[in-house]
Write a protein that binds this ligand. Structure first.
Ligand SMILES: Nc1ncnc2c1ncn2[C@@H]1O[C@H](COP(=O)(O)OP(=O)(O)OP(=O)(O)O)[C@@H](O)[C@H]1O
Ligand SMILES: [Mg+2]
Length: 266
């Protein structure tokens, strides 16, 4: 397992209450693992805490990365081990070209340009059109997201945390991002994908459902989604949409009904 959470509890900054309670799940190397759950369930909090942001310190539990205890490591130490978080948009630094920005995190300076080109191609940006453009408001929102993702890929991290990476994107572009996530996986990187959209989650191999700070289930995405729909009381919606795809072919109607009954009786 690349990442293991063992009983992780994260309190609010003033320590008055817990945002997430006693979370334990593992993320397999070279997989796409999503964390799903409604607004406010603690997904971002958990993601930032794995990255090591100081405002989201864990009060109980342990985080292991490739078997090593990283619970007390800071963000820089974790980044050195290969954990990254792609921000929603690249930081705007005056006068920085796309080439310069994407190359910032590349350690091996000898074939920097080649690596930048490769990273831009991975996110479906034509290098010749973008290398010399400045990171400013002339880039579209979707382009900025791709550039941020390219900069992350160029660092060759082992784990990429993506918090709602498709927020604000058009449906047609979202399809392209799902392909990009699969391509990142083929580059032997692992993705922890935070989303509350079931169509995005479909790309993942495994998922964890958070509900008001509690972990409900970690399993394959369709299994987790059934539980999500049952908890949210969205049976008809889910049957109509989520469970019609090929990926859910193994779940027959009786099985889905049983999970819904189980949730209703809780
Ligand atoms: N520093 C903080 N102090 C107090 N409460 C906080 C703090 N940070 C987050 N919270 C609360 O913790 C809860 C979980 O927030 P979080 O941002 O992790 O949710 P989320 O699952 O990412 O939601 P969304 O889908 O809307 O992004 C929310 O109720 C939020 O208001
Ligand atoms: Mg969030």
């Amino acid at each position: 397992m690349l990442l293991e959470l063992k009983g992780v509890t994260i309190p609010t900054f003033d320590q008055k209450c817990n945002i997430v309670n006693n979370i334990s799940f593992s993320v397999k190397e070279k997989s796409i693992h999503s964390i799903i759950g409604p607004n406010g369930s603690g997904k971002s909090t958990l993601a930032y805490s794995i990255m090591g942001l100081p405002t989201y310190k864990i009060s109980k539990g342990q985080i292991l990365f490739d078997g090593q205890d990283i619970t007390n490591m800071n963000i820089t130490e974790r980044a050195k081990l290969g954990i990254t978080l792609a921000w929603q948009e690249p930081a705007r630094i005056d006068g920085l070209t796309v080439f310069k920005y994407v190359s910032l995190g590349i350690k091996d300076k000898s074939n920097q340009k080649e690596n930048v080109i490769k990273a831009l191609k991975t996110v479906n940006l034509e290098p010749e059109r973008y290398l010399n453009r400045y990171i400013d408001e002339t880039l579209s929102g979707g382009e900025r997201k791709r550039i941020e993702l390219a900069a992350t890929i160029a660092m060759k991290p082992r784990l990429i945390i993506l918090d709602e990476p498709t927020a604000g994107l058009d449906l047609i572009v979202i399809e392209d991002f799902l392909n990009i996530f699969n391509r990142i996986k083929e580059l032997n990187m692992t993705i922890l994908l935070i989303t509350h959209r079931e169509d995005i989650g479909m790309v993942s191999d495994y998922a964890t459902l958070l509900w008001r700070g509690d972990e409900i289930i970690t399993s394959t995405f369709p299994e987790v989604m059934i539980r999500y729909c049952a908890k949210a009381g969205l049976k008809e919606y889910c049957k109509r949409t989520v469970f019609q795809g090929e990926k859910t072919g193994c779940f027959d109607s009786d099985y889905i009904d049983r999970i819904f009954r189980e949730e209703e009786s809780k």
